[in-house]
Design a protein around this ligand. Structure first.
Ligand code: 5GP
Length: 238
């Protein structure tokens, strides 16, 4: 496969074309931002850890019957993915109250949410990723009614698979963000599942092992990401 020109560069990843129009290369960079780009940093090996974690978790989902855009790894921090059409909805799944949920509603941090809560945000930096409902998603033509139903169903199944797997590794999953795309008429899971897009808490200590370490200056980000990589990616070169 030949890597071609840059198509898109986001806050933490860059997407390149390839000589195969069906495939793209997603490069996980060491840069990271929070609070809609207001806080920025660069952490050596962050891209590598996230790419390895995402490859492991997307592979795990594939093994459990979830269609994803994951194809293979080209290098430590470059992933070959299917060229899906991204749906501009951020799907947030919440199992334990934390973050913006606690800020906006009378939940207490750490409170269990059973059944899990699924929220939709409109993926738009310009508008600050506002929360939307089905009516807004339909009115903005972001997805059809059937697609929204399918996305919700897939998000819940993904949640069950991840909860079980991470629990075995001593990791709690309070919440995470998913993105979906369309590929040959089907809804597939796209983007990444990593320490940048999930809250991971150590099951025993409750310590954050995710981007909250950066958001709220909780300590050594690389050490937290390395710990997750060590627990979930067998044989990873740390
Ligand atoms: P919150 O709404 O509490 O800020 O985020 C809920 C969960 O979704 C967290 O795990 C957070 O990492 C993830 N999340 C929500 N929006 C975004 C986003 O725009 N970018 C990334 N990387 N993660 C997000």
């Amino acid at each position: 496969m030949i890597k071609e020109g840059e198509l898109y560069s986001g806050k933490a990843k860059t997407v390149y074309g390839t000589d195969n129009p069906e495939k793209l290369i997603m490069e996980f960079r060491d840069s990271l931002t929070a609070f809609n780009g207001k806080k920025k940093s660069e952490v050596p090996k962050k891209g590598y850890y996230n790419a390895q974690i995402a490859a492991k978790l997307l592979g795990l989902l594939e093994e459990n019957g979830i269609k994803t855009h994951f194809d293979s790894m080209l290098s430590g921090n470059e992933m070959v993915v299917d060229a899906v059409e991204i749906i501009k909805i951020e799907v947030i799944v919440r199992n334990i109250a934390a973050g913006s949920l606690v800020k906006k509603y009378p939940f207490k941090t750490g409170e269990k949410l059973d059944p899990p809560i699924i929220l939709f945000d409109y993926k738009s930096d310009e508008h600050g990723d506002p929360m939307i409902n089905d009516d807004i998603a339909l009115a903005l033509h972001l997805a059809s009614k059937d697609e929204l139903t399918e996305i919700r169903k897939m998000a819940l199944k993904i949640n069950s698979i991840l909860l079980k797997y991470l629990d075995e590794k001593g990791i709690l999953l309070p919440d995470f963000k998913l993105e979906f795309g369309r590929y040959h008429g089907k809804i597939v899971l796209a983007d990444e599942i990593s320490c940048d897009t999930c809250r991971f808490w150590d099951k025993i200590t409750g310590e954050s092992l995710d981007k909250d370490v950066f958001r709220f200056d909780k300590g050594d980000l690389a050490a937290a990401y390395r710990e997750v990589a060590k627990r979930i990616v067998p044989g990873i070169n740390l």
